[in-house]
Design a protein around this ligand. Structure first.
Ligand SMILES: Cc1cc2nc3c(=O)[nH]c(=O)nc-3n(C[C@H](O)[C@H](O)[C@H](O)COP(=O)(O)O)c2cc1C
Length: 179
């Protein structure tokens, strides 16, 4: 497998076939996440795997009606919720040490992409969902206050694979030697 080709081919999938995702598949997805790099190896992430229809419906209700992934959250065989423990990523002895402060989103983002790429390599589609009411997800899923709800990832066999949205060209984003 040439990694760049696979990275290029992965798409956000918002329509899924019916069917189950096995516990072994869930384990493989979380295995990919836990091998992601993180700030000083703090691994601030925790995950919730939701297969139950009632749980998925509650999650979907946390998305604004116009979010194109709302149906995906409700109908995917599996939703993974990515959470991050606050106050440790980017910090030393309880103080953030860079101007950017908390690095929780960054670390959880890398873990999230690992999940999506692992899903893709298993023939599964996924979409990262960041536009939702985190308070509703927190309440529905019992997420404790010391964790941030970062994103949702509906996962399943793709029903429809959309065309690739256009990317910026390398020359638009790469500055050689100096900005
Ligand atoms: C942080 C983040 C949040 C996103 N939130 C949503 C979302 O709420 N709803 C949605 O339909 N897609 C969401 N997406 C998916 C993007 O729209 C998608 O990745 C982008 O259009 C590029 O398409 P591609 O993933 O097929 O290459 C999100 C992606 C990221 C990285």
């Amino acid at each position: 497998m040439e990694l760049l080709k696979e990275i290029e081919k992965r798409r956000s999938i918002r329509a899924f076939e019916d069917g189950d995702i096995s516990d072994e598949e869930v384990q493989a997805l979380i295995d990919a996440a836990r091998f992601a790099p993180s700030w000083a190896n703090t691994q601030c992430w925790e995950f919730i795997a939701v297969k139950d229809a009632e749980g998925k419906k509650k999650l979907a209700e946390a998305l604004p009606p116009k979010n194109p992934a709302r149906n995906a959250v409700e109908c995917a065989p599996l939703d993974i919720i990515v959470c991050g423990k606050k106050g440790i990523s980017g910090a030393k002895k309880g103080e953030y040490v860079t101007e950017l402060g908390e690095w929780l989103l960054f670390d959880c983002g890398i873990a999230t992409q690992n999940i999506c790429l692992q899903a893709y390599s298993m023939g599964l589609g996924s979409v990262i969902v960041g536009y939702f009411d985190s308070g509703k997800v927190r309440e529905a899923m019992g997420v404790p206050p010391e964790l941030e709800v970062v994103c949702l990832i509906p996962i399943g066999k793709p029903k429809k694979v959309p065309d690739a949205p256009k990317r910026k060209e390398i020359d638009e984003i790469l500055h050689r030697e100096k900005f």
